[in-house]
Design a protein around this ligand. Sequence first.
Ligand SMILES: [Mg+2]
Length: 173
Amino acid sequence: MTRNLNKCAFFDRDGVLNKDKGYISKIEDFKIFQNVGEALYECNKNKFLVIIITNQSGVGRGLISLSQLNNIHLFLKKKIKRQNAKINDIFFCPYHPTAGIGKYKRKSIDRKPSPGMIVKAIKKWKIDPNQSFMIGDKVTDRVAAKSSGLKFFYKSKKINLHKQIKKIIKYYK
Ligand SMILES: [Mg+2]
């Protein structure tokens, strides 16, 4: 019965919600795009869960500590709260098959383009992929989304994220 399942808007992080500046460890380097709070609130308002799916091999490479990553995510949540927006969950993959250090050097089903993080999110949050979508900026996002049964959209270069979300959500009504 699909009626008990949730719909969800999945987002890649870097290049979608914030400027992709490579391995971001400092809050000063974490620049959130305009209208992100409004965009995420639009999802909340329309009963879409908001879940971030992000590769963070900088952790495994020893460039970002887990507490730095956590602080960045707390900062993001705090910023979007100004627009009453809420992120329900964040999944990140710290591993890298060749550049990871120690326990972080391994292949992982979680690392996009593999769909592990999305599959876990779908299970944890009881999500119906058919009523859900993902926005990303790389082909690896697209591959991960598609193999999880999600519709996928590249982040628009013409319109801001809020406008894009409004357009996408229209299709679901
Ligand atoms: Mg990206």
